[in-house]
Write a protein that binds this ligand. Structure first.
Ligand code: SAM
Length: 256
């Protein structure tokens, strides 16, 4: 049966076997509980299974892809558990595992939202090996005062170590995407920051307008913004991209 690729679901299937192998070899997955988001036609799934995970939970939104995975499901029926749903609706903790790993060639359209959502569950996530759009990888890894430094950089870097592993050119996919991709490795820190919601709120306001000073971005929401910024020993006239991740933690503690 011919499958018609759904652009809206970011369906760019990896067709280069050596890259599939390279992704799976980034972290040791033997005897581990693995979640794969968007297994598609099962190319990465097969490579994961070659490495003997204890359990492999597959989350795919497109039910039309079910036929591609039936054989794998039969052959590995004790290992594979298949869910047809939107990964954004899934709560990892509902599965009752206390340690999991995530491997995925992420659909471009949900990558950022999903990574941010997963931070909440980082206490049970041992590692994530993800293929994302190169630009998203740049934002995840960006250091302070560089062009890609953003809300995403701060949020992830306060909760995990992030590393670019390798780039993947468009010709390795079918159909070819317009942009380059990058495989990244995310290792969550064991200690979880508890002020997540407040921190994210401050970050959203702070980065609303990068050209504006931190004082001008924050004062729309907080009347005493300037006083509080000074209390944190931060220059109120700095731009948001010049504040270190820890400065945002300080601000989220004092701004009420
Ligand atoms: N893993 C396959 C590979 O590497 O070739 C396919 C990767 S493809 C980039 C992304 C996959 O995610 C597609 O199969 C798509 O249907 C699925 N997908 C898209 N949005 C999704 C969502 N919100 N939740 C779960 N799966 C989704």
């Amino acid at each position: 049966m011919q499958h018609f690729f759904k652009k809206s679901l970011g369906q760019h299937f990896l067709v280069n076997k050596s890259i599939l192998k390279k992704i799976v070899s980034v972290k040791d997955i033997r005897d581990k509980v693995i979640f794969e988001i968007g297994p598609g036609q099962g190319a990465l799934t097969k490579e994961i299974l070659q490495n003997n995970p204890k359990k492999l939970i597959l989350i795919e939104k497109d039910k039309n892809l079910r036929s591609y995975l039936l054989k794998l499901q039969e052959k590995f029926k004790d290992t594979i558990y298949y869910i047809y749903d939107d990964a954004l609706n899934i709560n990892l903790k509902d599965f009752n595992y206390n340690k999991i790993q995530i491997i995925s060639n992420l659909p471009y359209n949900i990558a950022t939202t999903l990574i941010i959502k997963l931070i909440i569950d980082f206490d049970i996530v041992e590692s994530m090996v993800l293929m994302v759009q190169k630009e998203v990888a740049e934002r995840l890894c960006a250091k302070v005062s560089t062009p890609y430094y953003s809300r995403l950089s701060v949020l992830i870097q306060l909760h995990a170590e992030v590393e670019k592993v390798f780039d993947v050119e468009p010709h390795n996919f079918n159909p070819k995407p317009k942009v380059k991709s990058t495989v990244i490795k995310i290792i969550p820190y064991r200690k979880k920051k508890k002020i997540y919601d407040k921190l994210d709120h401050i970050l959203k306001i702070s980065f609303r307008q990068r050209r504006k000073t931190i004082k001008n971005n924050l004062k729309t929401f907080y009347i005493d913004a300037e006083k509080k910024i000074l209390e944190c020993a931060i220059d109120p006239n700095s731009r948001p991209q010049d504040l270190k991740p820890n400065d945002f933690i300080k601000l989220s503690k004092v701004l009420i």
